[in-house]
Write a protein that binds this ligand. Structure first.
Ligand code: DC
Length: 219
């Protein structure tokens, strides 16, 4: 059997800069990219569109299995509609965090996530990439930044996209989501023993990208 394609797993809390760092690492290496959080956001959005309750685990799992989601380099489509920006709205963030706490939903998304592992390699961004989805990843990174810095980054992102945002609300939402993501029973957010922790507070994105690339090349 041939060796599976290498995986760089990048896990960490919301707005830690994971998405940007993971994307740039993938670009630098010519690797595929998995934004696993987008899958949970898509399930949440599809559920809201269809009027499915956010605690109806069997219905949500069925939805996750059948999700008509398409990713290309810059857009994400749900049921054929471009939802690239819409899935980043705060109401979807809150709903995604609820559906992500349900084990049947996580199970339903497992095969879909693993299918992204193709040559020449994959950079996978999420919460449980190193612990559950790709436990044999070549390199596991746990990327963090303090909550206030993460709220500032989220604020900047939303304002740049022309959306409205309030710092105090964002900070509270980030703290609530951290608590929910870390305390849930199903695949809680935590650093794996074999992950390298990178704190990006006050560090420019390109420096974080360079650190990840150096760690990967050193493997
Ligand atoms: O990374 P993000 O903010 O787009 O993730 C959206 C939600 O999905 C967030 O509440 C955490 C959850 N999530 C998860 O539980 N497991 C993943 N692998 C990725 C995201």
């Amino acid at each position: 059997m041939s060796n599976p394609a290498p995986v760089i797993a990048i896990d960490g809390p919301s707005a830690s800069g994971k998405g940007t760092v993971a994307h740039k690492v993938a670009e630098a290496l010519g690797f595929h990219f998995l934004d696993s959080g987008a899958l949970y956001r898509l399930v949440a959005m599809a559920a809201m569109n269809r009027g499915i309750e956010l605690d109806d685990a069997p219905a949500l799992a069925a939805l996750a299995l059948d999700l008509d989601a398409r990713f290309d380099s810059s857009t994400i489509k749900l049921d054929g509609h471009d939802v690239t920006d819409a899935i980043r709205e705060e109401r979807v963030s809150g709903a995604a965090s609820k559906v992500a706490a349900l084990q049947p939903v996580r199970d339903a998304l497992l095969a879909r996530q693993r299918a992204f592992r193709e040559a020449p390699g994959l950079v996978a961004d999420g919460r449980d990439m190193g612990s559950v989805v790709f436990p044999d990843a070549t390199l596991k990174i746990f990327l963090t930044a303090d909550a206030a810095e993460r709220a500032r980054r989220r604020y900047k992102q939303l304002i740049e996209k022309g959306m409205s945002a309030r710092m105090d609300v964002l900070l509270q939402e980030i703290r609530d989501r951290d608590a929910r993501d870390s305390k849930r029973a199903a695949a809680p957010l935590q650093k794996c023993a074999d992950a390298v922790e990178l704190d990006t507070t006050g560090i420019p994105v390109d420096a974080a990208v360079a650190q990840v690339l150096a760690l990967y090349r050193g493997k």
